[in-house]
Design a protein around this ligand. Structure first.
Ligand code: AMP
Ligand code: ZN
Ligand code: FE
Ligand code: FE
Length: 287
C-alpha cells in the first residue's frame, strides 16, 4: 500500500509530519508523499521520519493554479525543498494566502459573523492558514454543522464568502517544479468542474505543457469516475497516481493509504512516479 497525496500541520493537515509518517508506518504504507498546500515546510521532518521507518518518501507540494470554472491543484512530486526559487515562490504564495484570509474574515465580519484571524490562527496552530481552518471556526460558532457544509454554503468557489487567491499560472508552476527537480501531477481533475469531453481537451493541453502524471484516484470521486480518468490519462501518455488527500481523522473518512471507494492504494501506482524520479528507492528493494 502507498499514498501519493497527504497533508500535515505545515498546511491544513491534522498531524505533524512525524506523526503522519508514524501513522503511515502503522497503516503499512511502503511509500508516502507529503503534499502540503503552497509550502514545503514539513518536508524535511517527514523525510527524516520516513527514513527511520523504512518508508520510501516522496517530497511534494500542492499548488493551486489559476483556473476557471473549478479548482486546479497541481502536485509537484520529488521537488528539492531547499531550492531557492521554489522557496521564494512559496513565500509569495503565503503572502497571497494571508491577504485572502483577511479578505474572507472581513466579509464574514461585514455579515455580522464574529470570527477573527487570531481565532483561526489558534485553530490552525501553524503559520499556513486556509479555508479548512475558517470552516472549523464556523463549525465552532455553530454557524454550520459540518466543515463540508461551510464549504457548500459559504467558502467553496462561487459561494458568498469565497475569495480568490493570487495563484500561479500552469506554466509558472511547471517551471518551478521542473527547476527544483520535481515532476508535475494534476491532482483530482474532477475539481476542475469541466465535463468529460472538455476534460479531454484540457488534458491534451497539459500534456503539451509538460504535466507528467494524473492523479486519477482521489477519495472525493466515485471509483467509476476514477477508472475513466485513468483510461483517459493512459491514452494520452500520462502516468497515473492515486492518493488519499489525507488531512486528518475526518477527511477523508477512509484514512491514509485509501482512495476512491475506500480501496487501499496498490503499490503499482508508485510505478509511474518511480520511473520518472530515478532517485526514489524501488519498492522491491525495501523488502
Ligand atoms: P485553501 O488552500 O485555503 O484554498 O483551501 C484548500 C482546502 O480546502 C483543500 O484541502 C480542499 O480540500 C478544501 N476545499 C476546497 N473546496 C472545497 C469544497 N468545495 N468542499 C470541501 N473542501 C474543499
Ligand atoms: Zn487541504
Ligand atoms: Fe487539492
Ligand atoms: Fe490535497
Amino acid at each position: 500500500m502507498i499514498d501519493l497525496h497527504s497533508h500535515s500541520t505545515a498546511s491544513d493537515g491534522f498531524l505533524s509530519p512525524t506523526s503522519l509518517v508514524a501513522l503511515a508506518a502503522k497503516t503499512g504504507l511502503r511509500a508516502l508523499a507529503l503534499t502540503d498546500h503552497d509550502t514545503v515546510a514539513g518536508v524535511a521532518e517527514a523525510r527524516a521520519a520516513a527514513a527511520d521507518r523504512g518508508i520510501a518518501f516522496v517530497s511534494g507540494v500542492e499548488i493551486e493554479i489559476d483556473f476557471d470554472p473549478g479548482e486546479f491543484h497541481l502536485l509537484g512530486l520529488g521537488i528539492d525543498e531547499e531550492d531557492s526559487r521554489l522557496l521564494e515562490a512559496m513565500a509569495s504564495l503565503a503572502k497571497a494566502r494571508v491577504r485572502r484570509n483577511e479578505a474572507i474574515v472581513n466579509l464574514l465580519k461585514s455579515d455580522g459573523l464574529d470570527i477573527d484571524l487570531d481565532e483561526i490562527a489558534r485553530i490552525a496552530g501553524s503559520e499556513s492558514l486556509g479555508r479548512p481552518h475558517i470552516a472549523e471556526a464556523l463549525l465552532r460558532h455553530k454557524i454550520v454543522r459540518t466543515k463540508q457544509e461551510a464549504f457548500d454554503r459559504f467558502l467553496g468557489k462561487g459561494k458568498p464568502f469565497y475569495m480568490p487567491k493570487d495563484c500561479l499560472s500552469l506554466s509558472e508552476a511547471l517551471e518551478l517544479i521542473a527547476a527544483s527537480g520535481g515532476v508535475a501531477v494534476a491532482a483530482h481533475p474532477y475539481s476542475l468542474f469541466v465535463g468529460k469531453s472538455k476534460l479531454g481537451t484540457v488534458m491534451d493541453s497539459w500534456k503539451d505543457a509538460g504535466v507528467k502524471g494524473i492523479e486519477a484516484y482521489h477519495p472525493a470521486a466515485k471509483l467509476g469516475q476514477c477508472r475513466i480518468l485513468e483510461a483517459m490519462a493512459l491514452e494520452r501518455g500520462f502516468f497515473v497516481t492515486a492518493g488519499s488527500d489525507y488531512h486528518g481523522p475526518d477527511k477523508p473518512v477512509w484514512g491514509l493509504g485509501r482512495t476512491a471507494g475506500g480501496i487501499p492504494i496498490d503499490d503499482r501506482y508508485f510505478g509511474g512516479i518511480s520511473a520518472s524520479l530515478p532517485s526514489l528507492p524501488r519498492l522491491s528493494l525495501l523488502d
